[in-house]
Design a protein around this ligand. Structure first.
Ligand code: SF4
Ligand code: SF4
Length: 434
């Protein structure tokens, strides 16, 4: 589709990039059935094809055919459309550019602006988020139940699972693990379980000395803030990278998807372009790392478990894992290795509605998308929901009637159980015959 850039955008490098991306779209509409917002609302302006038309009108500075801000805000950035597009239209990048160009003139209400500012001021900052969460947990305990239920934010404050020990054995191999901004407070068990699993493979896992990956700022039209976070993260990890770590392991697929984009997003920064390339090249989703260790025979055989109903789990693949990183089928295999039976859920490509800040900024849409997702999940009668991203985990757990966990926790438990069985069989006294 051709875009004639308005005069005010002719010299803008990112507008030219958007023009080139839109140029790849042939308006075939093959992406439309994959779009969760189009499925929910049935409005063509809430489909990728409709939104691309709105982007074109904005770049041409024509009066938009529909409420552009509304339909762009409703987009989840799930990139399900990108994953099925035969023309490989880079929709995610296009959306980021459009948000960056048009946010300053978006005409938001004061309430909307304050909410966005508050989200960016708290969520990406581990210390602030952890302190606020701790406050919420205390308030939850102190307030009478009736009052607690009337404060919606308090019903969202979960108690974390205990983290368990972090291994201390020395190994020749070392990797960094990304801590992220919200995961340490919401689910400290995830990285500790990762450290125990990799310890069994002879890998020492060190926490990366970094902060928020920058994804939230990037997707909330604050690219300068995102780039500053990216540069700080590279600086913070650089001595660990120089010391020869094999990989930067990410246990939240949302952060992994963004860290992989560092090379692209900092490509024009003369001081950081090379470092960003090296940084991105070291980035691995934990599912890739464990798969490689399993294939190399460094993980033990887990004896087959009885196929009992309590081993039926629903695998909810985060969009950032299956669409943004293109890692499909990888965790299903690891769950089977751990002795679980993943039940196939309908429309597995659809987003659960978490989508970073989306569940805060678009709460009704996020609730409806989650309700639809939970309906398809519960139709398979699982005993547990398993996922790979803290945002999805927390969002689903708020409304699910069964536990929601990260798959690495289940694998850690399965390996520990195998070790106990091996230890007990080797210490059992053999009975003498005759
Ligand atoms: S599938 Fe690709 S080319 Fe077709 S309308 Fe969607 S974005 Fe455009
Ligand atoms: S990113 Fe997701 S919500 Fe947005 S247009 Fe694409 S499929 Fe639809």
């Amino acid at each position: 589709m051709e875009v004639v850039l308005a005069d005010k955008f002719r010299e803008s490098a990112i507008a030219q990039e958007a023009q080139s991306i839109i140029g790849d779209c042939v308006q075939c509409g093959l992406c439309v059935p994959s779009c969760p917002t189009h499925r929910l609302l049935g409005d063509d302006w809430d489909s990728p094809r409709g939104r691309i038309n709105l982007f074109r009108e904005l770049l041409e500075d024509k009066p938009p055919s529909a409420d552009a801000r509304l339909h762009i805000d409703r987009c989840l950035t799930c990139r399900a459309c990108e994953a099925v597009c035969p023309e490989h239209v880079r929709y995610g990048r296009l959306l980021d550019i459009t948000r960056e160009l048009f946010e300053p003139g978006a005409g938001r209400s004061l309430k909307d602006r304050l909410l966005r500012r508050a989200v960016r001021a708290v969520v990406p900052h581990r210390g602030r988020f952890t302190a606020l969460l701790a406050l919420g947990r205390v308030a939850r305990k102190l307030l009478p139940a009736a009052l607690r239920e009337r404060v919606p934010l308090l019903s969202r404050v979960p108690e974390p699972r205990p983290a368990g020990p972090w291994p201390t054995r020395a190994h020749g191999r070392a990797m960094l693990v990304w801590e992220g901004c919200v995961q340490p407070a919401l689910a400290p068990d995830i990285n500790a379980a990762t450290a125990r699993v990799l310890d069994r493979c002879g890998i020492r896992l060190q926490p990366a000395r970094a902060g928020c990956c920058g994804a939230m700022s990037q997707h909330m039209a604050a690219p300068a803030e995102a780039r500053e976070l990216m540069r700080r993260n590279i600086d913070a990890c650089w001595s660990q990278i120089e010391s020869g770590v094999e990989a930067i392991v990410i246990t939240a697929s949302g952060c992994a998807a963004h860290l992989r984009d560092y090379a692209d997003l900092l490509r024009d920064d003369p001081a950081y372009a090379d470092k960003a390339r090296r940084f991105a090249a070291l980035t691995r989703d934990i599912a890739e790392v464990v798969t490689a260790e399993l294939d190399a025979g460094r993980l033990p055989v887990i004896p087959p478990r009885p196929r009992t109903p309590d081993r039926r789990v629903a695998w909810q693949a985060p969009c950032s894992l299956q669409h943004a990183q293109g890692l499909k089928g990888v965790v299903d295999r690891l769950l089977k290795y751990a002795g679980y039976t993943p039940t196939p859920i309908a429309y597995p490509f659809l987003c659960c509605g978490a989508a970073g800040s989306y569940s805060i900024l678009q709460p009704e849409m996020a609730r409806d998308l989650r309700a639809a997702k939970l309906e398809t999940i519960m139709a398979t009668r699982p005993k547990m929901i398993v996922t790979a991203n803290i945002g999805c985990l927390h969002h689903l757990a708020e409304a699910a009637t069964i536990p929601v966990r990260h798959w690495i926790d289940l694998l850690d438990e399965a390996l520990a159980e195998t070790e106990r069985q091996v230890a007990s069989s080797s210490t059992a006294t053999p009975s003498r015959q005759g």
